[in-house]
Design a protein around this ligand. Structure first.
Ligand code: ZN
Length: 399
């Protein structure tokens, strides 16, 4: 993870939204080129792959933010009726159209900051109807950002790969507090079959944590998802290690995300596994909780990815440049390891490693241009500054 191969004085040819060819200028053969872009004094990197976000939501939660400032913990805020259940209550009363309009503007903001592939979760519905509504919004976003999208005014022609994750098991709804099993039954017997039948999700997720879902409940949900072709990407070990990781790895989870609290058995289970360990440092920053021990993971032969966790409660920023900075400043990752975690490893965390995540012939031409810099470290070093000059998604510059 510590290596980022690079070419100085390079050319790069894009054709039909994909990377066709690259190399050093002196090896450039005559080509018929329709448009030439001078990238002197510019570093070009692959676009960020955000493999964990909750970018569809009804309202921001700054009232809870003020409670956090006063010293309440996230768990205390949730216990007072805030948290995920708060978002679920506000989402239920919002129309699909306004959820969609707000989400599309939010996603465009992320693209300008360099996100060129995005995962979005449901999980603020917590009923069959509202979960389907959220997933429908994500499906409309996929369509709007697809080649055949018709919202080009809003999306500026950006053809962004978006993946959808069904997170019905995000929190136990109030009405099921004393009958948790009934909610699991609802997820397993009704939600998953309907979500899968309508082709509304690529992945399945569970928030496995004290006061949310147990390891046993997580396993039931991911097995049911697997039976319907949905691979698992899971919220685990944010506040406590309750044994989710060894079970998740055994069940073939694509990724385990959060990982702020890790014990020896968790490291051992992930070491050498195909499951990607995804750290979410912006969430740690916002809540003031520990950062995932990524360097210990890397030395234990665990593949680490970084994502935003963009959501209205515990991380109201989807800026991957800030994730990059936190990874280096707070988690002490090298800039090279952090870049790999933000791009190619994150692509693996979405099963899209043959499509996105690196400057590779045949992959999507998702490129970030950083003008006026000559080395990678300057990007995380300049934390809080907008270092990305231009963004290309699938061969189209959006700015
Ligand atoms: Zn999350």
């Amino acid at each position: 993870m510590g290596e980022v191969p690079s070419i100085k004085n390079a050319y790069l040819i894009v054709e039909h939204a994909r990377i066709k060819e690259y190399g050093t200028m002196r090896d450039l053969q005559p080509h018929e080129i329709s448009k030439v872009i001078d990238c002197a004094d510019t570093v070009i990197l692959p676009g960020y792959v955000d493999s964990h976000s909750h970018a569809v939501f009804a309202h921001t939660r700054e009232a809870e933010f003020k409670d956090l400032i006063k010293g309440l913990t996230y768990e205390e805020v949730a216990a007072r009726g805030g948290g995920i259940l708060n978002s679920a209550a506000t989402l239920a009363s919002k129309s699909e159209d306004s959820l969609y309009e707000e989400a599309i503007a939010r996603v465009m903001k992320l693209v300008y900051m360099g996100t060129t592939t995005l995962e979005i979760k449901s999980g603020y519905g917590l009923s069959l109807e509202a979960e389907l509504k959220m997933l429908q919004v994500i499906a409309r976003l996929k369509q709007a950002f697809s080649e055949h999208g018709n919202d080009t005014l809003l999306t500026k022609g950006a053809t962004l790969t978006i993946t959808a994750t069904f997170l019905g098991a995000h929190a136990v709804p109030k009405e099921y507090k004393d009958n948790r099993d009934a909610y699991i039954e609802l997820i397993v017997n009704e939600m998953i079959p309907q979500v899968a039948a309508a082709n509304l999700a690529d992945f399945i997720d569970v928030f496995c944590e004290a006061n949310y879902f147990t390891v046993g409940e997580m396993l039931r949900v991911i097995e049911a998802g697997k039976a319907h072709g949905l691979r698992a990407k899971l919220h685990v070990n944010q506040f406590n290690s309750i044994g989710a990781i060894p079970i998740a790895v055994k069940a073939g989870a694509l990724s385990v995300d959060h990982l702020e609290v890790m014990n020896a058995a968790d490291f051992a289970a992930l070491s050498g596994a195909a499951t990607i360990a995804t750290a979410l440092p912006s969430c740690s920053f916002f809540l003031g909780i520990p950062y995932a021990p990524v360097n210990k993971m890397i030395s234990d032969n665990i593949a680490v990815a970084l994502a935003s966790d963009y959501n209205p409660g515990s991380c109201p920023s989807g800026n991957m440049n800030f994730v990059f900075a936190l990874a280096c400043v707070q988690m002490k990752m090298t800039p090279e390891a952090a870049l790999n975690a933000l791009t190619v490893n994150a692509a693996h965390a979405l099963g899209l490693q043959n499509e996105v995540g690196s400057i590779t012939v045949g992959k999507q031409a998702n490129l970030l241009l950083f003008k006026g810099i000559d080395n990678l470290a300057l990007i995380p070093y300049s934390f809080g500054e907008m270092m990305v000059s231009r963004v290309m998604v699938q061969g189209v510059f959006i700015n």
